[in-house]
Design a protein around this ligand. Structure first.
Ligand code: NDP
Length: 315
């Protein structure tokens, strides 16, 4: 087992983690960033980001994240392509363990583990996952060119995915379980105005149907239920994109840090302190409300500054 010690150890590599890395490196704290199972975080699976300041014409999510990584590295942050699977904050220095069975110790830890896509939880969704069912239009939309797809959800992600897919696919049906939308008016309007996007409101997917011939699975449609009338109809399609929100990636901190009922890490008002002094949380892992790249980056900066202040107080 290999052991390494750091003053600041950052878990997660979205806008929060990289920003924390940039600030901690510039404060001469020689931070390390553990990139985790999805290096670059959720923006790696998004298309153009139009609301991150500094890019007049928007920027592609993967390009933004690659640039943030390079910026963090250039100012002195180390990045490691490993996932932290266990943490022990009961002793000092703090201990964390990577998926390849290495132990790392740190004087302070910044948690920036973000959130992951949520799924419907019906058996056929798992059965056809990767064979017609996806949670990422930018990753998989290409495979459904000129085909019929369904997008589930009523938030900005669903609108973004539907609009993206409408430019590739022959038709898009957006399925949402009620009439009101969480999506921002601008993104909703863009989807509503697109001639290829149709809406099925007050509707849920009961089952995803398909074929499985000699292990070759493919989706052929959905059973679509209207929750007001209970009527179920067959809607033919080749792809189903799930865009119903996210859950925080905080399982390894359960019973270690104080989490809210949805699993988000609770931080002190106005700062990134968790219930354990020296452990800080930023980005979507602790933000169930704003969940924006720019707010994640902002709290990443706060976490680095909070860690710096904490380390000074320990000297
Ligand atoms: P949201 O939580 O905003 O929306 C999730 C949607 O999925 C809701 O409409 C919800 O329905 C529905 N849903 C949840 N669970 C189920 C279920 N089991 N079955 C059916 N439907 C379900 O998540 P998003 O991922 O859309 O957005 C998260 C954040 O990211 C937001 O703040 C958003 O603004 C931001 N974002 C910004 C983008 C941009 O600016 N380019 C792009 C994408 C996201 P209900 O409303 O009934 O609860």
């Amino acid at each position: 087992m290999q052991e390494n010690h750091y003053k600041v150890l950052i878990i997660g590599s979205g806008p929060a983690g990289f920003t924390a890395g940039i600030y901690a490196a510039r404060a001469n704290l020689n931070p390390v960033i553990f990139e985790g199972s999805q290096p670059g975080g959720q923006l790696m699976i998004t298309t153009d980001i139009e609301n991150y300041p500094g890019f007049e014409h928007g920027i592609a999510g993967p390009v933004l994240m690659d640039t943030m990584r390079k910026q963090a590295q250039r100012v002195g942050a180390a990045t490691i392509y490993k996932t932290i699977i266990k943490a022990d904050f009961s002793k000092k220095p703090f201990e964390v363990f990577s998926d390849d069975n290495n132990k790392y110790t740190a004087d302070s830890v910044i948690i920036a583990t973000g959130a992951s896509a949520r799924y419907l939880g019906i058996p056929s969704e798992q059965f056809y996952m990767g064979a017609g069912v996806s949670a990422c239009a930018t990753c998989d939309g290409f495979f459904f060119r000129n085909q019929r797809v369904v997008v589930v959800g009523g938030g900005d992600t669903a609108m973004e995915e539907a609009t993206y897919l409408a430019n590739l696919c022959s038709e898009v049906l957006l399925v949402h379980r009620r009439e009101g939308f969480r999506a921002s008016p601008a993104m909703l309007e863009r989807a509503q105005k697109h001639p290829k996007i149709k809406f099925a409101l007050n509707s849920v997917i009961e089952e995803i149907t398909g074929t499985n011939e000699n292990g070759r699975k493919s989706v052929t449609g959905i059973k679509l239920k209207n929750v007001n009338t209970n009527e179920v109809i067959d809607h033919p399609c080749e792809g189903v994109f799930i865009a119903i929100g996210h859950d925080p990636n905080t399982k390894i901190f359960k019973n270690i840090l104080t989490l809210d009922t949805a699993g988000y890490i609770i931080t002190e008002k106005g700062c990134t302190k968790t219930n354990i002094p020296g452990v800080f949380a930023c980005g979507d892992a602790q933000d169930n409300h704003y969940r924006q790249a720019v707010t994640a980056a902002g709290t990443g900066c706060m976490a680095a500054k909070d860690a710096e202040q904490y380390l000074e107080s320990q000297e």
